[in-house]
Structures are given as C-alpha cells and as structure tokens.
Design a protein around this ligand. Sequence first.
Ligand code: NAG
Ligand code: NAG
Length: 369
Amino acid sequence: ISIICFTVNYACILCIAVQCMFDTTSLCPEACNCNDMDVFCSNSGLTYVPQILGTQLNRLDLQYNVISSIQPRSFESLKKLKELYLGHNRISFLVNQSFSGLSNLLYLDLNKNQLSSVQRDAFNGLVNLRKLRLSGNDVSYLPSGLFSDLKMLELLYLEDNRISSLSRNVFKGLGNLRELYLSRNNVTILSGDVFKHLRSLSDIQLDDNAITRIWNGNFLTLSELKTLSLSNNVITEIDSGAFNGLSKLKVLNVDGNRISAIGKQFLSRSLHLEEIDLSGNQIGTVEESALDGLRFLTVLKLNNNNLRYLNPGVFKTNLQLSILDLHDNPWHCNCGIIDLKNWLKSSSDRILTTFVKCSIPEKLKGMYL
Ligand SMILES: *[C@@H]1O[C@H](CO)[C@@H](O)[C@H](O)[C@H]1NC(C)=O
Ligand SMILES: *[C@@H]1O[C@H](CO)[C@@H](O)[C@H](O)[C@H]1NC(C)=O
C-alpha cells in the first residue's frame, strides 16, 4: 500500500513540477531574462515586440533593440505593468491604441526613437501614467487631444524634437502635470493660452527654440509655476502683462535673446521672483520701476547686454539682492555713472558684483568702475 501511495504522490509531484517549468518557459521569450515580476530584453536585436503573457508583470525592458513599430494592443494582457521601456529603438510612428490595456502603467519611455507621427489616440488608456518620455525623436506635430487620457501625468519630456507649433488643445487633460520639457525644438509662436490646461505646472523649459515674442496671456493661468525657462530663443519683445498670472514664479531665465529694454510692468506681478537671468540680450535700458516690489530677488544677471548707464534707484526695493552680474556691458564712465559707482561701493558688503569695466571714454577704457 505504501508503495502505491508513494507512486501516486511521486506522480503528482512530478506533474506539478513539469507544469511549473512549462509556465516559466512560456512566460520568458528566448531573447529575454525574466523573473517573477520583470522581463529584461534590452540589447537583444529584437525587431518586434515579443509575445509576453505575464499578467502579473511589473516591468518590461525593451530598450536598445531595433523595434520599428508597435501593433495596436500589443501589451493588452499586461494588466499590472508599471514600467515599460522602449527607448533607443527605431519606432517611427505610433498608431491609435498602441498601449491600450495598460491602465496601471506609471512610466512609459520612448526616448531616442525615430517617431515622426503620433496618432491622436496613441496614448489612450494610460489613465495612471505619471511620467512620459518622448525626447530625442523627430516629432514635429502633436495632435490636439493627444494627451487627453493622461489625467495623472506629472512629467512630460518632449525635448530634442522638431516641434514647431503647439496646437491649441494639445495639453488638454494634463491638469496634474508638474514639469514640461520642450527645450531644443523649433517652436516659433506661442499662441494665446496654449498652456491653459496646465494648472498644476511648476516648471516649464522652453530653451533653445525659435520663439520671437511672449504675448500677454501666454502664461496667464499658470498660477503654480515656479520656474520658467526661455533661454536661447529669439525673443525681441515681452508684452507688459506677459508674466502677470505667475504669482509664485521664483526663477525666470530669458538669457540669450534679443530683448532691448526692461519696461516697468513686465515683472510687476511676479513678486516672489528670486532669480532673473537676462544676460546675453541687447538691453540698453532698465526702466526705473522695473524691479519694484521684488523683495525676494537674490540673483540678477544683466551681463552681456548693451547697458551704458544704470540708475541704481532701480534696485531700491530689492533688499535681498546678493548677486548682481553687470560685466560685459559698454559702460560709459562719465559723470552720469557716479551714482552707480557709489551705490556699488556702498552695497559691496551685501552684493557681490562682478567687475564692471568702462568702455567709454577712450582714456578710461578697460578701467574698473
Ligand atoms: C485614430 O483616432 C482618431 C481619433 O479617434 C481618429 O480620428 C483617427 O481616424 C484614428 N486613426 C486611425 C488610423 O484609425
Ligand atoms: C523650423 O521651423 C521653420 C518654420 O517655422 C522651418 O522653416 C524650419 O525648417 C524648421 N527647422 C527645423 C530644423 O525643423
């Protein structure tokens, strides 16, 4: 009796063992390494998304392959997937429903592909996504409503593409977005209230684009914004109320543009500004009340501009100012500059100024103020 029992038990154990082995192998594609929760298939020469059937899967890594397209619903069975890495492939377009079913996905990485066309419903179903990386592609156009399902998205990376215009409702649905990266694109015009849906935005980077002008209303509704970066564009004009809605703004970078004057209304509502970089412009005048009320201003960069003269009265309310960069301006060292010289001297215990060198008259050229 005991032998029969043993045989029965043995047969059962064997059967279970075979069943388990069979399950594990069917889960893990040949090119990949797998454990219970993760599938790693990077750098495996994959040309397409392999069939993966792990309903409990947490993370799928398909980076550094040569995948060129994604079929609709490719990932539909991966209900619990949280992270999907598709960076460094050759994906050139995304069709509708590419990621449908991934309702628990938190992070989608499509960095460094060749994406030029993205259909409007490509990201549908990603209702829990927090972070989307689309940098380093060839995207020139984002359809209106593209992100409308991504209600939980917090971080959106779009740098290093060829985006030249932003359609009116392109950011619709992104009420939770905190950081938007658009540097190194080809944006020329910021139309009206293009950012109006981004009511939680705290950081926007628009460096190295071709923006020519900042209009009243461009940023009007961004009441949570803390950093606005517009470095290295071709901005010649900033409308007087352009930053009016930005009551929490702390850092403003407008360096490397073509601004010629700082008017009086331009910064007047952004009373929490701490750092302003206006270096590398063509600024010849700073109106007397331009910096009024900026009580928290600590860093102001006005170097590499066209200043010949500056009335130190402009800083009268900036009592926290501690770094003031004025070098590389064509300072005219005549009687008119004495006020500035005296003010710099009397504030030298509080304010660090880099060398202010005269450029006119000829006999004082190169002398320090
Ligand atoms: C993708 O979805 C959009 C919006 O639903 C639709 O207008 C478009 O025709 C779809 N494209 C394809 C190829 O099905
Ligand atoms: C940038 O956009 C302009 C028109 O807005 C176009 O003429 C130019 O070719 C674009 N440059 C790139 C690199 O896409």
